[in-house]
Design a protein around this ligand. Structure first.
Ligand code: R5P
Length: 294
């Protein structure tokens, strides 16, 4: 693999540096600032001519990040980059995968079209694939999906004694089962009904296995935190042991992290979205995907 040039969008500098420890890559210079009228200024200060470039941009809170990202991709192309990849540890909008009511935007599809037009390849970690079988259903560029399950399993094995793994809904059964198999621990899934953006109900099917183990809730995304909150409250009625809540992508909208901690939950996330709870680093995982595609 020839030396790649990594450009970090604001907030992604640490992840870019960690990725560069796993692959032959240089870190390029990218500056942005906001004009008084709130438009974006962007400048790439490295020589990109003929180089394979990857832009590191995790896409939580995506709307404000999207326009600068497109400016960076276009500028890299103008400066002669031979290829431009997108490393998005968290890929946004994947939960909007269906038109639930007439006239609704299927935003996952729109975002996929826009990004596919600007980038040559895409690497991400555990995108929310529910109704789509793979990213190829909506992205027209080559992509690599990396899975955090083995890293989550290692973390649990090293940090939790006698765990039971708990998925918040039926959807999570397959990969919570996968993590449980790797840890050699029992698992169960709860029943979830989503009533609104910030309104979910969670029920427990069988609390017996939970009451005799240390509960570890696992979800792919914590956004409003309501799914975890309702699950934590349910578990607190079932066992005296405070639960560990593990999310691949800790978005923690509207102070969801403090809300969950106030319920006595210990929060653990992967580094896909920078947050003080990051304990599972996905940079080596991303590096594997980059090597496969670039
Ligand atoms: C949903 O299908 C996902 O797997 C998560 O359970 C969901 O995104 C969590 O959202 P929130 O934190 O807003 O309840």
């Amino acid at each position: 693999m020839t030396r790649m040039l990594l450009l970090a969008m604001p907030g992604n500098e640490a992840m870019a540096s960690r990725i560069a420890m796993h692959i032959p890559a240089d870190i390029g210079g990218l500056e942005t600032r906001i004009f008084p009228d709130e438009e974006t200024y962007l400048r790439i200060t490295s020589d990109l001519h003929g180089r394979s470039v990857a832009i590191v941009a995790t896409l939580d809170r995506p709307d404000a990040k999207f326009v600068p990202l497109i400016f960076a991709a276009d500028t890299a192309r103008d400066l002669g980059a031979s290829k431009i990849g997108l490393i998005a540890p968290y890929l946004a909008y994947m939960r909007q995968d269906r038109c639930f009511h007439p006239g609704e935007a299927i935003t996952s599809r729109s975002l996929a079209k826009l990004l596919s037009a600007k980038f040559d390849w895409l690497v991400t970690v555990d995108p929310h694939l529910h109704r789509y079988k793979s990213l190829d259903d909506i992205y027209s560029i080559p992509s690599r999906v990396l899975h955090a399950a083995p890293l989550i399993a290692n973390w649990i094995a090293a940090n939790v004694e006698n765990p039971v793994l708990i998925g918040p809904d039926a959807e999570s059964a397959q990969w919570v089962g996968d993590v449980a198999g790797r840890v050699g621990a029992p698992f169960t899934v709860l029943e979830k009904t989503r009533l609104g953006d910030r309104d979910v109900e969670v029920r427990i099917r069988d609390g017996r296995v939970i009451s005799s183990h240390a509960p570890v809730l696992i979800d792919d995304i914590v956004s409003s935190g309501q799914t975890m909150l309702k699950a934590v409250r349910l578990l607190r009625q079932t066992t005296a042991i405070a639960p560990v809540c593990i999310a691949v992508h800790g978005i923690f909208a509207e102070g969801a992290d403090a809300m969950l901690q106030a319920e006595g939950a210990r929060l653990v996330t992967s580094s896909s979205v920078p947050h003080p709870t990051n304990q599972i680093d996905v940079s080596a995982l991303l590096a594997d995907g980059i090597v496969a595609l670039a």
